[in-house]
Design a protein around this ligand. Structure first.
Ligand SMILES: CC(C)(COP(=O)(O)OP(=O)(O)OC[C@H]1O[C@@H](n2cnc3c(N)ncnc32)[C@H](O)[C@@H]1OP(=O)(O)O)[C@@H](O)C(=O)NCCC(=O)NCCS
Length: 202
């Protein structure tokens, strides 16, 4: 695929496309369309979209934790099938991490099911690339979900502390310009498998 990927803050007009990406992702819990509109409207500074030739092909939503404003919770992440395996999720995660660290965030948290190998690998490598700690625990055990549904337990990742407010990018991993899909393949290479998870600090 040729063309350029642009990564930027979402606007409300992106909400419908984000809902479609979540619907088609194959593994995300699909929220009502209103939720994606709300993320664009209320969590604009802690969310990001990736556009390929103007079309939304990826998004990452997040918000500041109420009990810990220095922590940004990454909520949902999806990349369109056409762009998977090219480093786009990693680029979005690094771009948003850099941005929220510049805004004063010290920690990124998220939840992931143990069977999501791609997501596990992605966030473990975030901690490695930034040379910060990854602490894992359980956020929601299986039994707190409605018994009428089947849902895997959600493991909690806490990553950080990220370096303080620096706009010169000195502490950030290399990401500055957003590479094309072909460049990302060259930069990041093919996938390797995901890592096992456990309750520990790494
Ligand atoms: C998870 C997802 C966002 C990854 O997007 P992507 O652009 O293909 O990911 P990238 O190419 O940037 O790869 C990022 C990392 O994930 C790993 N990865 C990606 N797909 C993988 C797979 N199928 N199996 C194992 N690891 C995988 C890569 O090896 C890479 O790890 P590295 O940084 O150590 O090299 C995408 O597969 C997706 O949208 N899945 C459905 C929704 C979802 O599961 N979201 C996450 C919920 S928390």
């Amino acid at each position: 695929m040729s063309g350029n990927v642009v990564i930027e803050q979402p606007s409300v007009s992106d909400g419908a496309a984000m809902w479609r990406l979540a619907r088609d992702s194959g593994s995300l819990d699909l929220n009502p369309p209103y939720t994606y509109l709300l993320c664009c409207h209320q969590f604009h500074d802690t969310s990001i979209v990736a556009r390929f030739d103007g079309e939304v092909v990826g998004f990452l939503t997040g918000f500041r934790e109420q009990r810990s404003p220095e922590t940004v919770f990454f909520w949902q992440l999806a990349v369109d099938d056409s762009q998977r395996g090219t480093g786009l999720a990693r680029t979005m995660v690094d771009t948003l991490t850099t941005r929220v660290a510049e805004q004063g965030a010290r920690y990124i948290t998220l939840s992931v099911t143990p069977d999501n190998h791609a997501s596990n690998a992605l966030f473990r490598s975030l901690a490695e690339r930034w040379n910060v700690q990854l602490t894992t625990s359980w956020l929601f055990e299986k039994d707190v979900f409605p018994s009428e549904t089947t849902h895997e337990p959600e493991q909690h990742f806490r990553i950080g502390p990220f370096p303080g407010h620096r706009r010169d990018g000195r502490h950030a991993p290399r990401h500055g310009t957003i590479p094309t899909a072909a460049q990302r393949r060259t930069m990041y290479g093919p996938h390797i498998g995901g890592s096992p998870t456990g309750d520990r600090t790494e």
